[in-house]
Design a protein around this ligand. Structure first.
Ligand code: HEM
Length: 502
């Protein structure tokens, strides 16, 4: 070693700077070699920094930056986030090619630190899980009129909280959040909680913390080793604590369901899943031992429930909040929705999913909220084999992000995409006309499992609110920025509204 140090004058005893420079040089060489290995056929992107790749160029609104780059380098964009090569899809055609035409290769999820914190990193047999989840939701009548009562119970609570404000200014975030969370509780546990029930509040706090701190751990997806560095790992530590609380709650509920399970009386999602587990066990015990592999078990059930909470609460809450904010600053659109509701429903009745055909402008307004302020990146995908997209090469295990912001703001598809205009979803006769390239819940094998429930929630919440109130910004309040803040999803700014009784 002493001889080695003599040959390399850089490594004088105690000279750490030299050592660091050498390590840096080696890393730069490794990274540039990796780039050369992937060759010219990897999707193009702007020049990147050594080591950090495109990270320093993304700014606070990466969805907007990717859209800008895609105009120059093409819709299938290749970027490097630290050491990871990532492909970002920025138009409908490339997203469809990946998610539908080449679904076999593009339907996995990447093994990211944040995904591991929340779940199992997509390493389980997701197809079996997905099948049982879809079946259980169908069996429970999700999105159909039979489930409407459970949603309306929460809608009524929210409307009554809004009435209690007597037209004064309030922040709707907490009230919408508890209502949406309680709907998932009804679905999964078959139970509606009082909003001041300490158990329910514990669950609410856990998912609030996951949303808040989870969004601040994105850097660990890129440099997972930083999870060991104090301060930089604060978000991860708090997220882990919240995930643990959420899981404990779910385990208790599963335990209670097992104790009272009756296969002839399926009460909720847990029961439907327990039934699927017992059927699989029966089938396997009567087939050859080789075939007898169980995909469904209690751990997977716990994970599935956790996914429903994670994926189903923040997305829906945020969309309802965006709708309230956007309608408060577009009174002319709000008035048109209210006129349509009054004429289709009369003075006393609330809307039902069965009223959809007579509410085209209302439906168009909900779709426009989903287009105008989408969840920019949804959940990341990953390739399971070497493949191509738009004639470019994508290696196996590449992370693939669908930039739904770019799809929503594509001016080759939408005229004046930065304008909030429900009229774009109507034909000249005023009938709903949804273009094939509008997929707020994405498409293919990993498309949103809760799309029917989400659409029902958006319709029932917004129609019930607008039947009773006109939503206004507080008198003299400064104009809000509508850019949003990107955490796990695109959050509106904190805002207040007045729900003025009609
Ligand atoms: C406005 C509300 C919602 C929006 C905009 C939305 C959108 C999405 C999107 C874009 C994806 C990613 C699809 C992909 O990766 O290809 C997704 C996945 C998912 N969503 Fe939703 N979602 C909403 C509400 C819900 C609700 C209410 C539930 C549950 C009841 C739910 C459960 C899920 C689950 C479990 C996944 C993961 C599916 C998988 O990995 O196979 N979502 N959602």
């Amino acid at each position: 070693m002493a001889a080695f140090k003599q040959q390399l004058p850089l490594f004088k005893t105690g000279d750490f700077t030299g050592f660091l420079v050498a390590v840096l040089a080696v890393l730069v060489v490794c990274v540039s070699r990796k780039r050369r290995r992937t060759g010219l056929a990897f999707p193009p992107g702007p020049p990147a920094w050594p080591l950090l790749g495109h990270l320093p160029l993304l700014g606070g609104r990466p969805h907007v930056r990717f859209s800008e780059w895609s105009r120059r380098y093409g819709p299938v964009l290749g970027v490097r986030l630290g050491p990871r090569q990532v492909v970002v899809l920025n138009d409908f055609e490339s997203a469809r090619e990946a998610l539908v035409t080449k679904a076999e290769v593009f339907s996995s999820r990447p093994d990211l630190y944040l995904m591991r914190l929340f779940s199992n990193g997509g390493k389980v047999c997701w197809k079996a899980q997905r099948r049982v989840t879809d079946r259980a939701l169908r069996r429970l009548g999700i999105g159909k009129v039979t489930f409407e009562g459970k949603v309306m119970r929460e809608v009524d609570d929210l409307v009554s909280t809004m009435s209690d404000q007597h037209g004064g200014a309030f922040d709707p975030k907490y009230h919408v959040g508890v209502a949406v969370l309680n709907i998932i509780c009804s679905l999964v546990f078959g139970e509606h909680f009082n909003h001041d029930d300490p158990l329910f509040l514990k669950l609410f706090d856990a998912f609030e913390d996951i949303s808040h701190y989870g969004g601040s751990t994105k850097h660990l997806n890129i440099f997972p080793a930083l999870r060991h560095v104090p301060v930089l790992n604060t978000g991860a530590v708090r997220t882990m604590a919240a995930v643990k609380k959420g899981r404990e709650f779910i385990s208790t509920m599963i335990g209670q369901h097992k104790a009272t399970f009756d296969p002839s009386n399926i009460r909720d999602f847990i029961d439907a899943y327990l039934l699927a587990i017992s059927k699989e066990t029966d089938e396997n015990s009567s087939s050859s031992p080789k075939k007898g592999e169980n995909f469904l078990n209690e751990d997977e059930l716990r994970q599935d429930i956790f996914d429903l909470f994670i994926a189903g609460t923040e997305s829906t809450t945020t969309t309802i909040l965006w709708a309230l904010l956007l309608l408060s600053v577009h009174p002319e659109i709000q008035t048109k929705v209210q006129e349509e509701l009054d004429s289709a429903l009369g003075p006393y009745r609330d809307a039902s999913v069965l009223d959809r055909p007579s509410l085209p402008y209302t439906e168009a307004t909900i779709l426009e909220v989903l287009r105008f302020r989408p969840t920019p990146f949804g959940l990341p995908h990953a390739t399971t084999a070497d493949t191509t997209l738009g004639g470019l090469e994508i290696p196996a295990e590449t992370q693939v992000i669908i930039n739904r912001w770019a799809l929503s703001m594509d001016d080759r598809k939408w005229s004046h995409p930065d304008r909030f205009d429900p009229g774009r979803f109507l034909d000249p006769e005023g009938h709903l006309d949804v273009p094939v390239y509008f997929r707020p819940f994405l498409m293919g094998r990993r498309a949103c499992v809760g799309a029917h429930l989400a659409k029902m929630e958006l319709l029932l919440f917004l129609t019930s609110i607008l039947r009773r109130f006109t939503i206004k910004p507080p008198e003299g309040a400064p104009a809000q920025s509508l850019d949003g803040h990107l955490g796990i999803i695109l959050q509106p700014p904190s805002f207040q509204i007045c729900a003025v009784p009609r």
